[in-house]
Design a protein around this ligand. Sequence first.
Ligand SMILES: NC(=O)c1ccc[n+]([C@@H]2O[C@H](COP(=O)([O-])OP(=O)(O)OC[C@H]3O[C@@H](n4cnc5c(N)ncnc54)[C@H](OP(=O)(O)O)[C@@H]3O)[C@@H](O)[C@H]2O)c1
Length: 288
Amino acid sequence: MDCMKKLQVAIIGLGRLGSACAQELLDEDAMALCGIVRRVESMGPLPGRLRHMPVAGHVRDLPAIDVALVCVPANTVLGVSRELLQARVPIVECAAIEGAALAAHYAELDDVARKHRTAAVVGAGWDPGVLQLFTRAFEMLIPRGQNELHRHPGIRLHHSAAVAHIPGVKGALAGQFRGANGAMQRYVYVEIRDGTDFAQVRATIADDPLFADEETQVFQVDSLSSLEAEEGQGMALERRSSPASGVHASLLLEARFELTALTARVMLHAARRIPALPHGAHRFSLGI
Ligand SMILES: NC(=O)c1ccc[n+]([C@@H]2O[C@H](COP(=O)([O-])OP(=O)(O)OC[C@H]3O[C@@H](n4cnc5c(N)ncnc54)[C@H](OP(=O)(O)O)[C@@H]3O)[C@@H](O)[C@H]2O)c1
């Protein structure tokens, strides 16, 4: 694709998320990183592939941009975004704000974007962002039921000898944490040998009296060592049908990931859609 036709993307704030977005943009075909806005105190040579990138203290000092990725702290996102939209620069943001404050934040961005005839994608991250899409899909599939969301960022895993001796199991890591309902949950991650039936291993663990005292979730992983090395986030979203609904259904999303890297992917996905969007602020969805 001709370089001139690439969507010109600026990054506002080169912290964890801004840096992850910058790295992703360097490898993009349809978009180009055209500059970075930084605070005065952060100015200085940039490392590696970013070293020739234009850096400015204000977006007006950058070459013409098609969309700005707002990567500043959550409490400054509204002010920064408002200023960009007033200058008719479309934005993508993902401020981690909750509840009524988040609704007010989106309403204000929608007002400003409409008034200045510009588009914004809001909530383009993991949470807020893609997590709400999973939640909605679960609720659509099981309309009468209950959600439970457990976050286990610092889950401590230990090697489980009880599981490691099961035939076909190379090794196992287990961890416990308290779920949203206060009950203890156990997570068991198993690496199995080629040709082993994982369902059989899971059934053996479920039948083991050692694991009978707590609810135990068993997951298969490709490599225990990479799991141990991961410093990412962890969470499990579970939805179960209520007994009164007469059906027995449950859905479970078990996730381990690096929050910043994943959020950068969502920001870029949203940025790609900006040229096609009508004026106003649009909540992130896969179909925006
Ligand atoms: N929705 C999600 O799932 C999700 C996930 C992760 C992050 N986020 C959001 O993404 C944004 C960035 O997060 P982050 O983890 O990248 O934060 P961070 O590492 O603290 O980086 C923020 C950057 O913003 C710039 N900045 C501008 N004004 C600032 C100020 N007053 N104080 C400090 N820094 C300021 C700085 O860049 P310079 O030094 O270049 O000026 C700083 O490095 C936040 O709004 C956060 O809520 C959302």
